[in-house]
Write a protein that binds this ligand. Structure first.
Ligand code: GLU
Length: 449
């Protein structure tokens, strides 16, 4: 998300040319080159774009990138209206409604597209939200804040710590629930991180994202956000969850437990699935219907415990045929404290990795095994390979998602440096990250869709 003001996304040569003619986003510009004339509104560029093109919205409505060759003549032909968004006044807040705090970290859900210029801006002041999704005013009294404006692939454990602390501040102010707007790509990781960092939660903390931006007719942004606010305001559980579409249609929003959820599709609105677990709840006709039997109940008198530290020295390594065993050695030699292996099937890696794994464990590195199958439970007692790995001291991760296990180990090594204590914590179910019984039905349901 670009934040650099009047010429968002432009840099180098293109920025220089635009500055020389005094152009700003939204102005009408003309580029004449090679006998052709391109005229239209200057629109922002992606921050990853090169420095040699300007992007113009033509009168036809199409956007075109024009390369600034040495013969190109660029001029500003008119001042455009700035892509300023004037939000309507805040609606009357109904004092009888629950209080929900929305914290925005970025991603598609937290952006608003300016239709005229194509600019994408963070849009999470309370008044922006009410103007985009006015029905929120009937559900809760909302306060909103922008914590980050990041694509979620740029979120790090340090950001998880900031999110946890901000949620804690809001809970201390007495809100009935918190919503965190987040990019979908790594939303599962952040939800797992906060599940470990926020212990003894009194109220729900609901992550929400959207797969399709608000300018597309198929957008899921408003329905997901409404569902998330409803859950934060009214759900009977006090856990970290992810609220997204249950199916590809708009029928229901489903709430997945933060430690059991994974993005399983690149673009579908029902991309998020609970893996090896039932979803916590779903929202049907504005009511939160619980699906899980075992959950932590909402209790505003409970005292939140915040443990926001994470270690960056934990690696998630997917095994593949022919993998170079030196990859394990590299992590050991570079001070990694834990390695989550995403092994094949029931929890296997090639015997060529045994020696470096043995060395890692002898040096105090915690080596744990999840399965790249995603669904099902690791069982390292069935084949020799698994038994040999257990004998080396590899910790099996039951039916935990590899991503959740990685986040959990990052969190564990934010609390302790002792590998034995770390292993004990890894085997303790802290936030519903593993279960005793594997649910085969859920997998079949997901495959059917
Ligand atoms: N890849 C970005 C992200 O995860 C944008 C897409 C989205 O919001 O889902 O933040």
């Amino acid at each position: 998300m670009s934040e650099n003001g009047e010429l968002a996304g432009y840099k180098g040569l293109a920025l220089e040319v635009l500055q020389n003619i005094g152009a700003e986003i939204g102005d009408f510009i003309r580029v004449i080159k090679g006998g052709q004339v391109f005229e239209g509104i200057l629109i922002p560029r992606s921050e990853y774009g090169d420095d040699k093109h300007v992007v113009i919205k033509l009168r036809s409505g199409y956007n075109i990138g024009v390369r600034l060759t040495p013969d190109a003549k660029v001029e500003r032909v008119g001042r455009g209206e700035k892509p300023a968004f004037v939000a309507p006044p805040l609606p009357e807040q109904n004092p009888a409604l629950p209080k929900v705090s929305i914290i925005s970290t970025g991603g598609t859900i937290a952006s608003r597209v300016d239709y005229r210029t194509g600019a994408v801006r963070p849009a999470l002041t309370a008044s922006d939200l009410y103007s985009v999704v006015p029905e929120l005013a009937d559900i809760a009294r909302i306060d909103a804040q922008i914590l980050f404006s990041l694509y979620s692939e740029n979120i790090t454990p340090a950001h998880w710590a900031e999110m946890a602390k901000t949620v804690a501040e809001k809970i201390a102010e007495g809100v009935d629930g918190v919503v965190i707007a987040h990019g979908t790509d790594t939303m599962g990781y952040s939800a797992a991180a906060l599940s470990f960092a926020l212990q003894n939660l009194p109220v729900p903390v609901i992550f929400v994202g959207s797969q399709r931006s608000a300018d597309r007719p198929s957008s899921d942004a408003a329905t997901n956000l409404t569902g998330a606010v409803l859950a934060a305001a009214k759900a009977p559980f006090a856990e970290v969850a992810v609220a997204m579409h249950e199916t590809i249609s708009d029928t229901a929003i489903v709430l997945h437990r933060g430690t059991k959820v994974r993005k399983c599709h690149t673009s579908r609105r029902d991309a998020f699935k609970s893996v090896n677990a039932k979803p916590l709840a779903k929202i049907v006709e504005k009511r939160v219907v619980m699906l899980a039997e075992d959950y932590k109940r909402r209790d505003p008198s409970r005292k939140l415990v915040v443990k926001p530290n994470f270690s960056g020295k934990v690696a998630l390594i997917k095994f593949y045929p022919g993998m170079d065993p030196a990859i394990i050695d590299w992590h050991v030699d570079n001070g990694y404290k834990a390695i989550v292996l995403e092994g094949t099937g029931l929890g296997h890696v090639s015997n060529r990795l045994f020696q470096p794994i043995k060395r890692a464990i002898e040096k105090g590195v915690v080596v744990a095994m999840a399965s790249q199958c995603i669904w099902g439970r690791v069982n390292m007692n069935v084949y020799d390979t698994g038994r040999d790995l257990l004998a080396l001291g590899v910790t099996p991760l039951e039916d935990m998602l590899a991503e959740t296990a990685t986040v959990k180990l990052m969190w564990i090594f934010g609390q302790t440096d002792n590998p034995e204590e770390a292993k004990q914590l890894l085997k303790t179910n802290i936030a519903g990250e593993f279960s005793q019984r594997t649910l085969h039905e859920e997998m079949r349901e997901d495959i059917k869709q």
